[in-house]
Structures are given as C-alpha cells and as structure tokens.
Write a protein that binds this ligand. Sequence first.
Ligand SMILES: Cc1ncc(COP(=O)(O)O)c(C=O)c1O
Length: 397
Amino acid sequence: MNVAFEKGLQSELDALKAAGTYKRLRHLTTPMAAEVHMEEAGDVIVLSSNNYLGLSDEPSVVEAGKRGLDQYGAGTASVRFICGTFDIHRRLEDRIAEFLGTEASLTYVSCWSANTGLFATICGPGSAIISDELNHASIIDGVRLASKAKRAVYKHGDMADLETKLKEAAGCAPILVVTDGVFSMEGSLAKLPEIVALAKRYDAVTVVDDSHGTGVMGKTGRGTIEHFGLTGQVDIITGTLGKALGGAAGGFVAGSHALIDTLIQRSRPQLFSNALPATVACSSLQAIEYLDAHPDLVDRLCENTAYFRAGLKRIGYKPLDGPSAIVPIIVGETASAIAISDKLLERGIFVTGFGFPVVPEGTARIRTQLSASLTKDEMDRALSAFEAVGKEVGLLT
Ligand SMILES: Cc1ncc(COP(=O)(O)O)c(C=O)c1O
C-alpha cells in the first residue's frame, strides 16, 4: 500500500466529514417502493427515488426480468458486435423508438454510457456543441470527450445567450444544441419550443436528455417532448431505463436509422463494453408495456406531486415551482441540507440533501421526488415530519 497516497485520500475524507458534507450510503433490504426497509433506519417512506411510476416492484415487471434470466442466462460474456446481442435487445430498441416516435434506438448499460458514447462519435473537427449550463454531469462529460468539436455553454434557459452561441458557431457542421428535458436539481423544464425553433433557424441538431421526463411528462408519459407537443421535432433523444421505466439500469439514444447505425459502428461504449443484461432488457420492455396500458399512472403521479407541493406550502415551506415530479426546497448551506435529511430520516422519511458542487454554493437543497405509488397517508406522514424538522432547525416558525 502506498502510505502517502492513502493518507492523502483519508485527509480529504476527514475534511468532508468535518465540513458536514460527507455522503453516507444507506442500505435497503426490500425492493424500491413507497415504503422500504433500511438497515440503518428501519421502515421509511421514500421521497428521494426516481421510481416515479412505482414500477420497480410492479409484479409483471419483476416477472419479466425473471423470465429473461431463465431464457437468456446471466449474459453474453461479450461486447455487442462480437457475439453480445440478444433478440430481446432488438425488441426493446424497436419498442423504445416506437414509444418515442423516432426511427430507431440503441440501448446502453446506462444513460451515462449513452451520453458519453454519443457526442464524440458524431462531432469531429469542424462541428460544434452548445450545451445548457445546468445539463447533467453525463452530458458535460460526454461533451468533454468530443474534444475536436468547438464547445460552448449557454446560460441556463437563456434563449438570447443560446442564439448568440449559435451565431458564433456559424460555419460549423453539425451544430448540436443539447439540453436536459427536466433539470434534475430544479424540476424545471427546458424551453423546448424556443430551442427547437432556434435550432431550425440556425440549421442545428437538437439533443434532449429526458431521463427525468420519460414516464413523468406528457399525457401518456412519453416525456417533455410530448408535453410540449413536439413529437418528431427533436433530432436525438437520450434517456434512462433506471428511473420511471422499471428502475433497474440502462439507457438509450433514440433518433434516425443513420444515427443509430453510426453509433453501432463507432460509439466506444458499444464497441468496448457489454450490452444491457437481458434480464434488464426484459423488465424494461415490460415497464414500457405497462405504462402504455396504464396511462392513469402519469395522472396519479401528477396528482401526488400537486398534493405534496401544496402540503409543503401550507406548512410554510417555499418549494421551487415546476411541472415535473421533482419538488426541491432550497435551504442554503450544504451542511444544513445534509443535517435536515438526517433529521427527516430519524423520523422515517428518506430524502436526500444536495449541496455544492452538485448545485451552486449557497443553494443547497432537499430534493423531494414524488411517486405514483405514494398514498395520501404516506404523504401526510411525510408532511408532518417536514413540519416538525422545519421547526426544529428554524426554517419554519
Ligand atoms: C438527466 C440525466 N441524465 C443521465 C443520467 C444518468 O442515468 P443512468 O443512471 O441511466 O446512467 C441521469 C441520472 O441521474 C440524469 O438525471
């Protein structure tokens, strides 16, 4: 063991602990659901999962995964183009494309992998990528990998700044404009109608990562693009299967046949890493089928979000407004956010505090996320705990 190296790591960890910003993993012993059992805290209500539609423990989704394991075994022990693709991958990819209204799609082991495998593949010398400053870390890292492209960041949601950056990219091809559909720390939506209009005016390609919008936004849960009535008008959609759509893992890129074929040929996570496990492909496919058969889940999620947001306001909090299922409460310092989430956990509410560097300094927050599976009784119990903790820490009078 290199003693100096280990000492350096330990002193950084000690500094995080001293600053109250050290993250502790919590261990669940039951499936993700509205209520779970946590090794460290007993039975708790979950308000910090992306299990928006409650499909993580939906029996037909779990059964589909089990059948996948029986039919396909543990995996292919190979990357996809060598001998690592099952027919279930094609079925899932066709279904994702049909669901989102694109020609084709391609799965990856995560949306992180999809985003880091996308930009460098399609953006070489002479191209440009223009990205919202609050885009997810996987987009930021994916764009960094496209090191030969001209890269620019526009101020969050600022269409004038986006237009300036589009003008500065004149002469580049392709020019990509990339945004989250739902911004995960704010719960707000990208201004997609304006972004699509600007992209058309400047002959740019639109890319939307709708990881927090899929299953949540739009009448049938097809996402932020459906919400704005823009189906068919966004060039490239990326997303995750690890949130509303079953919650196991997996991500995808959806777009034209030519785009997907190019990714199969050249996207590095496709060429040098194994496919999504077949069990997950099967359970994710069933999650999409289940959502299509039960669009009322999206309505229930929306009702739950409105109910919880109104409850927070009634007891004196000022949650950020927004149409998604993410309801953040800004508390200021990172240590306060972590302390509040610890106190809520003591009262049986599992919700995570986020601070710097995930969000800007001074805007640490408790991010609550709603699920269609939460009952009114569970939300009321959570609101009582929020009220008690808010008073205890002086956020509420
Ligand atoms: C907007 C966005 N994109 C991508 C990801 C990564 O998704 P995955 O867990 O499938 O890698 C996340 C996950 O938090 C996300 O919020």
